[in-house]
Write a protein that binds this ligand. Structure first.
Ligand code: HEM
Length: 349
């Protein structure tokens, strides 16, 4: 349940590029002592502290952080590059919750909107800025996650997003890719966005086992490919397929995407390739979090820097390459070690 670490080499290259960027960017020192690229971002620093304290237990990668990321997706994906549907990353899911939370795909979202709403009201931010700042902060609380961008200045939402714009785990890969394409995302970007499922758990797919994670530790792209052998809770539920590990849930859609000829190699390429996963996820999230929102100010430097995560990715104990359902024929499966010990049971979050 974490994003994996960047390699040392990448870190050095990244640090060098940061230095170069910093040299070219005029910085502002705020009255609160923070340094940022734009004075309009200064007031966000105390709001970041407040969100960490009031929503994320002082900076935890817990359920609220996971749910904040899911909320950002469900808020934004209602957008269509062809016009009409929702206003995109506008926070409509927070303030038009009486409408949007009735949508089947938004099952379980009511917990996080209820948690966020009072904090949102105290910040003075627009709903869209609040939802997408909280998502950037919450994601960054998870070790190894990229430091997501945050762009500031969304207008208040005008209307709820329409129903049937959020993908469901029972949807076909064709339907899922079509929905992502309609919102402006390629299959590669859709797979990149599913890196999010490495900090994810299900509450409502099987309500008898709330908080059942989709992977053990930054392993979603690997573990979704392992041969399924059990259901973690009350038998087979809608949207769920066999999971390889006790205590872990596998979504039907994640498995279908991992096996489909259009996405199988995109999926496999993410395994033990921390830099690819984090850079592509960050890039796709940058797009998602500004859908339908013109003329925003780059306030990314208010987002706290995530802690690194010590990889590499390994087969869970008792698993090996013989357990992998390889669907990508074009490139070799990465060589991975196996964790020592007996087969694990993944604890709920
Ligand atoms: C094919 C597209 C997707 C489908 C079908 C899907 C489906 C689901 C489902 C069914 C759950 C569990 C809900 C529950 O039982 O509580 C879930 C959880 C989650 N999803 Fe997705 N998802 C998709 C894409 C995404 C994307 C693009 C993101 C973020 C960028 C995302 C982030 C999350 C997170 C963070 C959770 C865990 C929430 C929590 O632990 O409270 N998902 N997803």
């Amino acid at each position: 349940m974490a994003f994996a670490r960047l390699t040392a080499l990448i870190s050095i290259a990244f640090a060098a590029s940061q230095v170069a960027t910093a040299a070219l960017t005029k910085r502002v020192t705020c009255s609160n002592g923070h340094v940022t690229a734009n004075a309009a971002c200064c007031n966000l620093f105390p709001i970041v502290d407040k969100i960490q304290a009031d929503l994320f237990d002082g900076g935890e990668c817990g359920e609220e952080a996971h749910s904040a990321l899911r909320l950002a997706f469900h808020d934004a994906i209602g957008f269509s590059i062809h016009g009409q549907p929702g206003g995109g990353a506008d926070g409509s899911i927070l303030v038009f919750n009486a409408t949007e939370l009735k949508f089947h795909a938004n099952g379980g979202i009511d917990d996080i909107t209820a948690r966020q709403f009072p904090v949102f009201q105290e910040t003075g931010l627009t709903p869209g800025d609040f939802v997408h700042l909280a998502a950037a902060i919450g994601t960054g609380n998870c070790p190894g996650a990229p430091r997501l961008n945050f762009f500031f200045g969304r207008a208040p939402p005008r209307a709820p997003a329409p129903d049937l714009t959020v993908p469901e785990p029972t949807d076909s890969v064709t339907a899922i890719l079509a929905r992502f394409a309609d919102a402006g995302f390629s299959p590669a970007e859709a797979v990149a966005l599913l890196s999010s499922h490495t900090i994810a758990a299900a509450d409502v797919v099987d309500p008898t086992i709330p908080g059942t994670p989709f992977d053990s530790d930054s392993q979603v792209f690997l573990e979704v490919l392992l041969k399924g052998r059990l259901f973690p809770g009350n038998g087979s539920q809608t949207g769920e397929v066999l999971s390889p590990i006790a205590g872990e849930m596998r979504l039907q859609s994640d498995f279908a995407i991992s096996q489909d000829a259009r996405t199988a190699c995109l999926w496999q390429n993410m395994i033990n390739n921390q830099n690819l996963m984090t850079t592509q996820f960050k890039s796709a999230m940058s797009k998602l979090q500004v859908l339908g929102q013109p003329r925003l100010i780059d306030c990314s430097d208010v987002v706290p820097v995530p802690k690194p995560f010590a990889g590499p990715i390994k087969f869970p104990a008792s698993f090996s390459q013989a357990d992998v359902q390889i669907a990508c024929k074009q490139s070799p499966f990465p060589s991975l070690a196996t964790v020592a010990g007996p087969a694990p049971t993944v604890p709920p979050v």
